[in-house]
Design a protein around this ligand. Sequence first.
Ligand code: OXD
Ligand code: MN
Length: 615
Amino acid sequence: MTYTPQTVNAPSGFAVPEDVLAWVAEVAELAQPDAIHWCDGSIDERERLYAQMVEAGTFTKLNQDLRPGSYLARSAPSDVARVESRTYICSVKEEDAGPTNNWADPTEMRATLKKVFAGSMRGRTMYIIPFSMGPFGGNISRLGIEISDSPYVVVSMRIMTRMGNQALQAICDGKDWVPAVHSVGYPLVDADGNKRDDLVWPCNDEKYITHFPETREIWSFGSGYGGNALLGKKCYALRIASVIARDEGWLAEHMLVLRITGPDGRSFCLTAAFPSACGKTNLAMLRPTIPGWKVETVGDDIAWMRPGPDGRLYAINPEAGFFGVAPGTSEKTNPTCLHALDHDTIFTNVALTDDGDVWWEGLTDEPPAHLIDWTGQDWTPDADRPAAHPNSRFTVPAAQAESIAPNWEDPAGLPVDVILFGGRRATNVPLISESYSWEHGVFVGATVSSEQTAAAEGSVGSLRRDPFAMLPFCGYNMADYWSHWLEMGQTLGDKAPRIFQVNWFRKDADGKFIWPGFGDNSRPIVWALQRIAGTAKAVDAISGRIPAPGELDVDGLDISDEALTELFSLPPDAWAAEADLTEEYFAQFGDKTPAELYDQLKQLRQRIADAKAKA
Ligand code: OXD
Ligand code: MN
């Protein structure tokens, strides 16, 4: 098949710009699809694709009385998570990717991509998916077009972004857009015209998730799953957007956004960075246990933040849906989220019950007596494997959460009062600690570490540095990113949000969590807000300012004084050991590590020495 800008089936009624048509034609010429479909984002289109995927066996329609509008997909067992080892930043200079990213030479990677994409869509439809990251209007949201050969990607992008005609119209009106090309890499016809049957979850063992920061392009091959394939999310909204944000003076962050209102009616906007699968969705939908406080959700994963006309930092959620980890979501841990999943949800890799509903570990105390597990096999509670994959997911429109903030789609965003950095740490890091300054906050963000989770491949439980929770998501040199944060502090001056570090995951000597978490996480957060309001006291400590005795509201909480002390214990020797590791860590970045961070390290060592002297 030969494709030209005139034969790419562009929709009538749109003056599609020449550069868009030329790009679509070029990708079609390369990938050789049988047909091209421009997605309009309509319900009709969605229903057609759902029916087509049910017919193909990719989707199982769930019991429509129990889960109306909802479907289950099972991926290939080799395609269940983001593949960081196959994720590349293809900047012209290697040092611009930095030591924490996989770098590939852009010319070489283009040659590789040309090879793997050649004919990769034979026998398939190529979907053109125009989308907006963020609500239409304002100066924070941005546009993109994903080309994909996966109908699963189309229907997921319809939930996760504002997808379809309105985005295409904005592109026709001349707004900037980011090109993103995706193929599952399983053509149905080979170069000689031989056909093969499709798979329920087509993918390829060879995977490339590639980003070209200078030309702001994304090319992804071989996976149909999550952040590898829904290119608006990690690839655009974090890796490419972090580069755009550096160049334009704003921030693209792996942060939830929420609004929290106290009994006196004063509202605060909070953003929070946590490594993947550390409970961001739970925090975004928190039900505070302190009476009179209310949380409203703006976003659960990504924040784009830009200084507004008044000099404050304004945040939007660039996404329109939640792609959350299902296991562990329950009536106890996150009832708001669970209720959002009552209808119109795509589940991937969870278990199927005998009555056509879904189940995952943690949903109920007792598992059902029989299930079909995420691999499609019979499962009973005595099986020695989980029924749902640990990284199984739900894809659900954000508006379905009853906690959604009424102004969550305000394109101007919400002015941010407080930024939290969190990790999953069994030791050392206290429940909450306030940074001494913006620079100290950047140091805290830069040195955050966490025990590894299942959201990416790798060994679960080992400790890894995850600066700003951006380790796998920063599209440029991490040390340059720290410099950018320091510069943002200069720009924002005294209008900058205050920065706190939190750790819900501290364990006692028996390995049990000390802090109850969930709704009670509102307690340290309320202390932070009271610090901002000037009504709570703190004492200086090694990690930062921690609540003065009696200042953390633990009313009604069954927690002993010893446990509380343990939550804030900061053993100087352990902190000294961490400081040494931090120095080694910074050394990896050579002279790119900003001097301000070495200065913060010096101040930390001084505080450790003072604490030792006092002891
Ligand atoms: C996610 C992740 O899917 O961080 O949000 O891995
Ligand atoms: Mn995430």
